[in-house]
Design a protein around this ligand. Structure first.
Ligand code: MSP
Length: 635
């Protein structure tokens, strides 16, 4: 049996230090599209993401919020996982740098490097940027400030363990200048000129930071947050710990933002060289998503909220905007207006209309059943449809989602033109049935190829298109060929993407932005204030009995429960699917927050919330200790 070729792709580990914004979603959505594309072209993909939870910044944030660092990060990790579910991200593993297996593996790495002389103890004197937790040499400073964030640096001196980075200078120079390890190539000069020319050993432990992994043989030192974080790419595969997935190593692609290219193309390969492990095949340094001319960032407060946008405009719209609007490798600008215009122009007008018009004609002229014509002469349109896979593939092999989408949408435009050019309504009027059949069939085939190629980018819309064509969506893209469909039985012509009134939406979004900012301010002050008994009294808790239960499609954490509360029947969506199977739930009595405002989750209106105890990933239902009537008050 032919073994599938492995493909290992990673996002950076995100700092859980504040609200998640659209900038974070960008990297993860790009990686998700690439991972899906690779799966659909026959690769055995491992897609890793996670959170980078140690360090001074997080310690400080947690203290300001009156929480322990772990409590603080736990809440944000729940949020980011919720965000990835909302955005249809299909990762294979989520790693947290606070996970035990990661901590012990990092300690073993540190000890090994120390024992073999790649790490040594000395005193560090240098310029230190507290927010970035980075030491810099004088020559690296820009106008005396931190080259990454532009803030003041301080003179710092501390006993530190050092990693012998300078020892790897020649190999690193060769890696960066003689191979295509780093893309886009334009970032190579920056690395070589700014960092490699004066490559010094780096301090890799801190005595000042308590929230970190202790150096196992000298625990007053914490391991430098970057050594801890970068190692995730191997600890997640079981390095030093069972090695269960190490055959995915080396990674095919580390996708990172441009400001952290330095860590991934200098420090990380040097660590791997010291560990005698193969190097990742590629680091891709993408640009930033800018808002108001500046990098979208939580510390600057200029963020767009992916939760709000995905819930209001749909996941596909957001995914599409991120993947299409930001030229790969360069910066892209987010404005609500650009976002709305993009959805209107590409998804609602070009794609949505193409599908709707074609399906309507198939219904009108052929009663919904369109058979393959007996013979089809290869024309310009068919040639373009057949070439589309190769064009998309070439772009995706360069990891350029924006180019791939440009290619696909250029064919969508060509398809719309093909309709106008062939005027099927005239063919119908003139009784040219055979030609009409060919034109409509060709269009449906063109749409099928488009829908297949769109699966990695906008999976929901693409699947809906297959539904409209009366076909199931394929699990391979590389063998889709024009003309393979024998017969289409089309649907009723659903509206795939709504067209928005931009002015009206901008007004609504501004209001939402303001509300979000206010929420954000409140969140920074403190999250859970004390409440009085009267406040508590506002919450109506009732016993509910589960009478039916099923999984929510495409949401690996959600179950849809049908519950009886006294005489009433309600639907409740609950995030317990990882801990309970639908069968197990039927017959259980649970505690329901009965007067919670209904909310839509995955298109299902949830009328209440089921109470659970949450201990990390372990979610346990709260149930009455003895049998009790459903509808009973809990007080
Ligand atoms: N924790 C480190 C990475 C460690 S990887 C071993 C870190 N975290 S971060 O949360 O600050 O950034 C994570 C990723 O999000 C980076 O790739 C960063 O570029 C990306 N983005 C954060 N804001 C962004 C934009 N506004 N636009 C695009 N990506 C941005 O760095």
């Amino acid at each position: 049996m032919n073994k599938k070729q492995k493909f290992y792709i990673t996002t950076p580990l995100y700092y859980p230090s504040g609200k998640w914004h659209l900038g974070h979603s960008y990297t993860t959505v790009c990686c998700d599209a690439i991972a899906r594309y690779k799966r659909l072209t026959g690769f055995d993909v491992f897609y890793l993401t996670g959170t980078d939870e140690h360090g001074q910044k997080i310690e400080e944030r947690a203290a300001a919020a009156g929480k322990t660092p772990k409590q603080f990060v736990d809440a944000l990790v729940d949020d980011i996982k919720r965000l990835w579910t909302l955005l249809d991200i299909e990762y294979d593993k989520f790693i947290r740098t606070t996970d035990d297996y990661h901590v012990s593996s990092v300690q073993k790495i540190f000890t090994k490097l120390y024992e073999q002389g790649d790490i040594y103890k000395a005193t560090y004197k240098g310029k230190y940027c507290t927010p970035c937790e980075s030491f810099w040499t004088q020559s690296q400073l820009v106008d005396g400030k931190c080259p990454d964030c532009g803030r003041d640096v301080i003179d710092a001196e501390e006993e530190s363990y050092f990693f012998r980075l300078s020892k790897y200078k020649d190999r690193l120079t060769e890696l960066l200048t003689k191979t295509d390890f780093l893309s886009p190539a334009s970032r190579v000069n920056e690395m070589v000129n700014n960092f490699l020319t004066d490559l010094e050993d780096i301090a890799v432990s801190r005595t000042s930071v308590k929230w970190g992994i202790p150096v196992p043989f000298d625990p007053k030192h914490s391991i430098y947050v970057w050594i801890d974080a970068l190692a995730n790419y191997i600890t997640a595969l079981g390095y030093n710990n069972g090695e269960e997935n190490m055959d995915y190593w080396p990674a095919d692609l580390h996708m990172v933002g441009k400001e952290i290219v330095r860590f991934h193309t200098i420090i990380w390969p040097a660590i791997l060289m010291a560990l005698d492990l193969p190097l990742p095949k590629k680091v891709y340094g993408h640009g930033w998503l800018l808002l108001g001319g500046d990098k979208m960032s939580k510390s600057k407060g200029n963020v767009a909220d992916p939760f709000v946008l995905a819930e209001r405009y749909g996941v596909d719209s957001l995914r599409y905007f991120l993947l299409r609007e930001i030229p790969f490798g360069a910066d892209g600008v987010y404005t609500d207006e650009a976002f709305l215009n993009r959805i209107n122009a590409d998804l609602a007008n070009d794609l949505g209309n193409l599908v709707k018009r074609t399906v309507s004609m198939a219904n009108q002229y052929f009663g919904g059943t369109v058979n393959a014509p007996r013979s089809v002469a290869k024309d310009e349109y068919i040639t373009a449809a057949d070439a589309l896979f190769n064009k998309t593939d070439a772009a995706m092999n360069r990891y350029s989602c924006s180019t791939a989408l440009e290619e696909i949408f250029s064919f969508v435009s060509q398809s719309n033109k093909y309709i106008d050019l062939n005027a099927p309504w005239l063919l119908f009027k003139n009784g040219e049935t055979e030609k009409l059949n060919t034109v409509i069939y060709n269009l449906l085939e063109g749409i099928r190829i488009v829908a297949g190629l769109l699966l990695p980018f906008i999976p929901r819309g693409a699947k809906a298109i297959f539904g409209e064509l009366g076909l199931s969506s394929p699990n391979r893209l590389d063998n889709i060929k024009f003309g393979d469909t024998k017969c289409f039985k089309v649907g009723g012509g659903v509206v795939l993407y709504k067209r928005y009134d931009v002015k009206q939406e901008l007004a609504a979004l501004n209001k939402t932005d303001k509300e979000i900012k206010e929420e954000h301010m409140e969140e920074q002050v403190e999250q859970k204030a004390e409440i009085t008994i009267d406040d508590f009294d506002k919450i109506q808790l009732k016993i509910a009995k589960v009478i039916a239960c099923e999984k929510v499609e495409k949401a690996d954490k959600l179950l849809k429960l049908t519950v009886r509360v006294g005489d009433e029947t309600r639907t409740v969506v609950s995030g317990i699917a990882k801990s309970y199977s639908p069968d197990e739930m039927v017959g259980k009595s649970v505690v329901l927050v009965a007067n919670l405002k209904p909310a839509k989750l995955r298109g299902i209106v949830s009328q209440g919330m089921v109470l659970c105890a949450v201990d990390g990933d372990n979610v346990v239902l709260i149930s009455p200790e003895k049998s009790v009537e459903s509808g009973s008050e809990v007080c």
